[in-house]
Design a protein around this ligand. Sequence first.
Ligand SMILES: NC(=O)c1ccc[n+]([C@@H]2O[C@H](COP(=O)([O-])OP(=O)(O)OC[C@H]3O[C@@H](n4cnc5c(N)ncnc54)[C@H](O)[C@@H]3O)[C@@H](O)[C@H]2O)c1
Length: 258
Amino acid sequence: MPVRTLEERVAAWSVVAGKQIRMFAADLQDYDVIAAIMKEFRPDAIIHYGQQPSAPYSMIDHNHAVSTQVNNIVGTLNVLWAMRRVAPDCHLVKLGTMGEYGTPNIDIEEGFIEIEHRGRRDLVPFPKRPGSFYHLSKVHDSHNIMFACNTWDLCSTDLNQGIVYGIESEETLLDERLETSFHYDEVFGTVLNRFCVQAIVGIPLTVYGSGGQKRGFLNLKDAIRCVELAVLNPPRHGEYRVFNQFTEIFTVSNWLAW
Ligand SMILES: NC(=O)c1ccc[n+]([C@@H]2O[C@H](COP(=O)([O-])OP(=O)(O)OC[C@H]3O[C@@H](n4cnc5c(N)ncnc54)[C@H](O)[C@@H]3O)[C@@H](O)[C@H]2O)c1
């Protein structure tokens, strides 16, 4: 699916919705530019999507692992430092992932777990054992964000979303120029998107492992609604909160049963 440039999509939205989106194009690695944009725009909330999002990509070789972690961790650090400097009241909504937790043999809690150890209790971050350098970059982000909230009185919502599938939102349906990207390749394609394409063209599904993996999924529309709800209901100053978000659980054996 061809995707229009950001400029074209922003222009199309102003025609379709009658609303202007101010656009700044910048690399999150460039701290001075990010701080300058934040100072000028004065955001009430930042929705931070701008990361290298592929686990397989991060596992290709040394360069891909390093560039993924530098891009993601430094990008988020730059946002946090810029918030501290010029927008301390802003609410950071950060896209984390359910993959941060890995697949422990106990129920996954929402960010934190209460532990009793040698007669004393504490609420601590849920142990994380992710399966790729990409997911580890998100874990490191989570720690940095929690530290910044506790230390600098910033506030943030970490949205640990499941694997997103789907190709449309209510907004993109309004005009074909608003259509978003649809990745189905083996590196950037998320699994349900890829399986749908493989099923349609009649080639075998590329199932990894034994097919017994169980994962949480959510539709793109729900993913966006979660972000909206977080923005409309911000945490208090100094608060770092975590929401786990998925609406369905699938394994490959489920699909074969359909
Ligand atoms: N797709 C999923 O299933 C899923 C699930 C959970 C979390 N997430 C997270 O959601 C976010 C978006 O993922 P996506 O699937 O929409 O991927 P995507 O590749 O479509 O979007 C990521 C965007 O970030 C931009 N970006 C990357 N590095 C940047 C930088 N240094 N400066 C500025 N922009 C930069 C890219 O250009 C791209 O437009 C990511 O943080 C990802 O980890 C995705």
